[in-house]
Design a protein around this ligand. Structure first.
Ligand SMILES: *Cc1c(COP(=O)(O)O)cnc(C)c1O
Length: 373
């Protein structure tokens, strides 16, 4: 009885982990009367600063962190910023928001990350930064990207929105570039509903970000001055409390997701499903378990079939230059310029992955996939 009940429950692609202790932490702040960017945000910043061994600043969401990084670096009109052609659309939108031009680079289909061999040919005298993404929680070739960027005197802003807890040779992603950016949207490992963190060890830059997130206010000679036309990109204290509560079990969540990923690796047998590849020196945080369907398989039909079997699934990320805004503005021919990004966009399938899932449910998803593909 128990097992038939298990498989009759719909298995969503993702469900955030919210425990009673998280709820209690939020309620405590609500009762305090202090709601926005106060003690709890400070405490969370201290914990993340310790976690990364790099100064950390909390911001309203992941997109805002990237936006602030670009503004703090003075990137704007006339500048170019290199971004992968396959990511969540925010990675490129922020470049548009500051008036700069995103220059797209195709991805490597084994990692879904920016193809480092194709970066140098896209660097021009206008290039000011690269925003590499650690897509789905697997680190890109960040050391090589930093090497190229340093030689060409351009900044690296790591979009680690999906990659809290991912490492390369034991070193956390986000700590390689000038800035590391994280999101705490409910699709990520731990969540505050909306939330972001920006890490950076250059004091002038982080001070600038801290002013910019709060209307441009900062302390000058012990006096509060509005030194910039800033934003309101503050995090609330109840979100910070929720995140602190979740941070307590980050390691457990990452461990559980890795266990579940192993079940997919062991049990997905279909030759028409390409499984992710994780190099030995990288720790994947499994924000998404992203597979690639063989040519000829209609992904959207598979999504519908899975849904009828009680399983949520979706495409993984967008081929950004193929989206309406970017097509109308730049008319880039994606089949020719970004074949891998387009293929991942059309044939990519993200399947359920979150720490509240049981191994039995993962097995059920794997069996169902084997049966229908
Ligand atoms: C989630 C995500 C973002 C945006 O984060 P938000 O907190 O939703 O603004 C940016 N880039 C990537 C790669 C993401 O996955």
């Amino acid at each position: 009885m128990e097992s038939s009940k298990l498989i009759s429950d719909f298995i969503p692609l993702m469900r955030p982990s919210i425990l009673e202790e998280d709820i209690a932490a939020v309620v405590k702040v609500l009762r305090s009367g202090m709601l926005v960017q106060g003690t709890e945000v400070d405490l969370l910043e201290q914990r993340l600063t310790h976690f990364f061994d790099t100064p950390s600043t909390m911001v309203a969401n992941g997109t805002a962190t990237l936006h602030l990084a670009l503004v703090a670096l003075g990137i704007g009109s006339g500048d170019e910023v290199i971004v992968p052609a396959f990511s969540y659309i925010a990675t490129a939108n922020v470049v548009e928001l500051v008036g700069a031009t995103p220059i797209f680079v195709d991805i490597d289909l084994r990692s879904y990350n920016i193809d480092v061999l194709k970066i140098e040919e896209k660097i021009s005298s206008r290039t000011k930064a690269i925003i590499p993404v650690h897509e789905f929680g697997l680190a890109c070739d960040i050391s090589e990207i930093v090497r190229i960027a340093t030689l060409r005197n351009i900044y690296v802003i790591e979009d680690a929105a999906c990659a809290l807890g991912s490492t390369v040779d034991g070193r956390p992603v986000g700590t390689f570039g000038t800035f590391g950016s994280f999101s705490f949207h409910p699709r990520k490992a731990i969540t505050s509903g909306e939330g972001g963190a920006l890490i950076c060890d250059e004091k002038a830059l982080i001070d600038s970000v801290r002013a910019l997130r709060n209307h441009g206010i900062e302390s000058v000679n012990n006096k509060q001055e509005f030194t910039k036309a800033g934003f309101n990109y503050r995090m609330t204290d109840f979100q910070a409390a929720l995140l602190q509560s979740q941070l307590n079990r980050l390691e457990k969540i990452l461990f559980m997701k890795n266990e579940l990923a192993q079940v997919y690796f062991n049990e997905i047998q279909s030759q028409n499903i390409l499984l992710p590849v994780v190099p030995d020196n990288k720790k994947h945080s499994w924000q998404t378990f992203h597979t690639l369907l063989a040519d000829g398989i209609v992904r959207d039909l598979i999504i519908t079939k899975l849904k009828s079997k009680g399983i949520g699934s979706n495409y993984g990320a967008q081929c950004i230059p193929a989206q309406k805004f970017y097509q109308e503005k730049y008319h880039l021919e994606c089949e020719k310029l970004f074949p891998n990004a387009l293929h991942a966009y059309n044939n990519g399938l993200a399947i359920p992955m979150y720490d509240g899932l049981s191994k039995e449910k993962i097995s059920y998803v794997a069996k169902t996939l084997n049966n229908i593909i």
